[in-house]
Design a protein around this ligand. Structure first.
Ligand code: 4FV
Length: 262
């Protein structure tokens, strides 16, 4: 997969591509990244890439001509790549979008700086505008790395053990279950027995329950009634019974049980 990143700070990408899973993906040819310095496509002795905003106001805006020229060269390298602009005005990035983008032939990622890029570049060249969150950064390079990282690990062969990308949390709108490794005791804290049991089905059950519990507590917004499995529904009913028992137990402090005994 081609990643062509348009930026005025190409050095920011170097470390990102030279370490960890990204490095291995480059070495295996799973990804072919290239940083294109927008300044190399700027005219004049000073190779200016930004200018004052029409209409006045503070800050600077990235000029359209250097961006268009850089896009032109990127398109030559990857003619059928999807052109992505990273900006706070974009669609919220999530796992589902990462999975969709991992099917693209390539991505051309435009990293804005200053107040942003000239709007006419978006109108003419951008296929998709992506935001990684409702906050304002100094540049689009970090968002571009977030997108490339989330997409790369979904590419076949990128993670080495295929299984793990397939079991991603969020794909199933569930948070991940808790992870433990040696030592069995740490700071007086032990590891759940079942994980030491070697009993795979019981471990799988514990992990499903743990993921559901963590999602219920930390991200209830991810849980849709219609998307609950039968196993999950039974777990929730079991937990509700437990909670009711606790709340309605003598001196449990909870309100008296409804007369219907429901
Ligand atoms: C951003 C975001 C972001 C805005 C002005 C770059 C900065 C500067 N990009 N998700 N949040 N971009 O804050 O994607 O040009």
């Amino acid at each position: 997969m081609n990643f062509l990143v348009l930026t005025i700070f190409p050095e920011l990408l170097a470390a990102f591509w030279e370490n960890g899973i990204m490095r291995r993906a480059v070495q295996s040819g799973t990804i072919e990244p290239l940083a294109i310095n927008i300044r190399d496509h700027a005219a004049g002795r000073h190779r200016v890439t930004d200018d004052r905003p029409y209409g006045g106001g503070c800050g600077m805006v990235m000029k359209p001509e250097p961006l268009a020229a850089a896009l032109h060269s990127a398109r030559q390298a990857a003619p059928d790549a999807t052109v992505v602009l990273l900006s706070p005005q974009g669609r919220s990035f999530d796992q589902a979008m990462a999975r969709r983008l991992s099917a693209a032939r390539g991505l051309i990622l435009i990293c804005g700086r200053y107040e942003g890029i000239d709007e006419r570049v978006s109108e003419q060249f951008v296929d998709l505008e992506i935001s990684i969150g409702d906050y304002v950064l100094t540049g689009g390079e970090l968002p571009a790395m977030v997108v490339m990282d989330a997409v790369t690990r979904l590419l076949p062969g990128a993670l080495g053990n295929e299984a793990s990308a397939g079991e991603d949390s969020f794909d199933a709108q569930r948070l991940d279950y808790a992870h433990y490794t040696r030592p069995p005791e740490f700071e007086g804290r032990s590891v759940p027995e079942v994980l030491l049991s070697g009993h795979h089905e019981e471990v799988a059950q514990w992990r499903r329950a743990n993921a559901l519990m963590r999602t219920l507590i930390k991200r209830p917004d991810l849980l849709q009634p219609a998307a609950l499995s039968e196993r999950e529904s039974n777990l929730l009913i079991q937990w509700r019974r437990e909670i009711d028992r606790l709340l309605h137990a003598e001196g449990g402090g909870g309100p008296d049980p409804p007369s219907g005994g429901g």
